[in-house]
Write a protein that binds this ligand. Structure first.
Ligand code: SF4
Length: 470
């Protein structure tokens, strides 16, 4: 059946990357617009296999060009219900990555596609070929889908119009879990869909913690596990509560250990530093610890500048992903900011000291009112100095964690002297214990080094950096 397509279709192409130089065309992504959406419909409404394209096809696109892109599928079947939409929608990512020469990244409104030049040379000239292959995979892999049709859009105006409705649908899905909390249920849900590229990643989805890709909430996990209990989403009985604040449960520990291949032994669902949730690479937002202020900054995919630590999202995402517990970095879904248990083991919102303006705007209504003006964005803060100044000036609660260091009476060279070589705020550097496993990130992009300490307890009284003698 796959022979009807001018490309190979296989899970072995998952993880294939299309670099800029090999790219024929880029669709949606951070420099354009788009979305992907699945809707449940009745059997009468869906004409099985039907494809509609609104806007120019691949054959009309110039090599090296970028276009907006949306994919909308309608699914129908006796077992199909609205609760399954998000789960099916998330599978668009892996099924499309089965197509050789076609790279699909992210999800929902962050979706990003590239098609490589070789695929075009081999005869990929129309979105219809992509849609038909994807619909075939949906039906083969998810037998509860009896009928499916697809509408792909590349017309910018049509995408803008429909994107508004799509975002309302995503928001309505996310809002469903607001009234439900971890303590109200006996079962969480797990997802291992991303193990194809992050083999030790196990997402634990609870009412108070949406998946880090932002696409799967507790209801979605429940619907998927019900319809396909042997599939990539499955039930995780909570078991005993080990610690309700950090979100540690015996059932989660047992299941996660088994499915992670023994990479880790414990997961604390609402912890940033100790046994944090793993991050595969699909996260919508990365949290990053800034030791200079003992606080946590957050940066989302859409932010193209540098965070106050001098690092871009892409640099920190590379450090965070891979399915390991990386202490000092954490991938989350945007909706986790709306959780009453948001990193509650580590101070919750009182520990948040920076985020990009657009991300802050998105979640402003969920930031505790007394903190809204105390959390700076890229508008007010550009580096560690301005960050620290802002936090002090605005009396952010984080400053209560800073302990004044008493200057040691020892003799130091003028170059090393804090009073002459460092700004005044460095005298207020927080006293902190470096969490075990804390990676030290290079400042700025490129070069530098990474040190990872495992199972080590380190006490450092003083570090002196000197220029290398020539
Ligand atoms: S990020 Fe997690 S929840 Fe989302 S698809 Fe990947 S494994 Fe599943």
């Amino acid at each position: 059946m796959a022979n009807e397509f001018p490309f190979e279709i296989s899970p072995m192409f998952e993880g294939e990357r299309v670099r800029k130089d090999d790219m024929f065309v880029e669709l949606a992504g951070p420099k354009s617009r788009g979305f992907e959406l699945v809707r449940a419909a009745t059997l009468e409404e869906v004409e099985d296999g039907n494809f509609t394209l609104i806007g120019p096809d691949i054959s009309l696109m110039q090599e090296g060009s970028r276009h907006p892109y949306a994919m909308i599928y309608r699914i129908a079947g006796k077992l199909v219900e609205t609760d399954l939409e998000a789960i099916v929608e998330r599978r668009n990512h892996d099924f499309q990555n089965y197509i050789q020469g076609y790279m699909h990244l992210n999800q929902r409104y962050d979706m990003w596609v590239r098609i490589n030049k070789d695929a075009i040379k081999k005869g990929l000239t129309s979105f219809e070929q992509v849609a038909k292959a994807t619909m075939m995979l949906f039906k083969n892999e998810l037998p509860f889908i009896e009928k499916i049709d697809a509408t792909y859009i590349t017309d910018p105006d049509e995408i803008e119009k429909r994107r508004v409705d799509a975002i309302k649908i995503y928001e309505a899905r996310d809002a469903r879990t607001r009234g439900l909390h971890d303590e109200d249920v006996d079962v969480f849900y797990g997802c291992t869909l991303c193990q194809s590229f992050a083999p030790t990643n196990v997402c634990v989805v609870t009412p108070d913690r949406i998946s880090l890709c932002g696409a799967i909430n507790w209801f979605d996990g429940r619907a998927a596990a019900k319809v396909d209990p042997e599939g990539p989403q499955f039930a995780i009985p909570k078991g005993e509560i080990i610690d309700a604040v950090s979100g540690e449960y015996s059932g989660v520990n047992d299941k996660a250990v088994a499915l992670s291949g023994g990479e880790y032994s414990r997961i604390k669902i609402h912890s940033f530093f100790e046994y944090p949730h793993t991050s595969c690479g699909c996260f919508e937002v990365v949290g990053f610890y800034i030791p200079e202020v003992d606080g946590i900054g957050w940066v989302d995919r859409d932010f193209t500048g540098m965070a106050p630590n001098g690092l871009a999202f892409s640099t920190m995402a590379g450090q965070t992903g891979g399915g390991k517990q990386i202490i000092g970095f954490l991938g989350v879904g945007v909706n986790y900011f709306r959780s009453p248990k948001f990193i509650q083991a580590d101070g919750g919102w009182n520990r948040v000291i920076w985020m990009p303006k657009n991300l802050k705007e998105k979640i402003k209504a969920d930031i505790p009112p007394e903190l809204v003006d105390k959390i700076p964005t890229d508008d007010e803060v550009t580096d560690l100095k301005t960050l620290k100044d802002y936090l002090e000036k605005n009396q952010h609660p984080i400053i209560q964690r800073w302990v004044k260091e008493v200057a040691a009476p020892e003799t130091v060279s003028p170059m090393e002297s804090p009073s002459t070589a460092e700004p005044a705020w460095s005298m207020l550097a927080p006293t902190m214990t470096m969490p075990v496993g804390m990676p030290i990130m290079p400042m700025g992009e490129g070069g530098g080094m990474k040190l990872t300490f495992k199972n080590a307890k380190i006490n450092i009284e003083r570090i002196v950096f000197k220029n290398k003698e020539k």
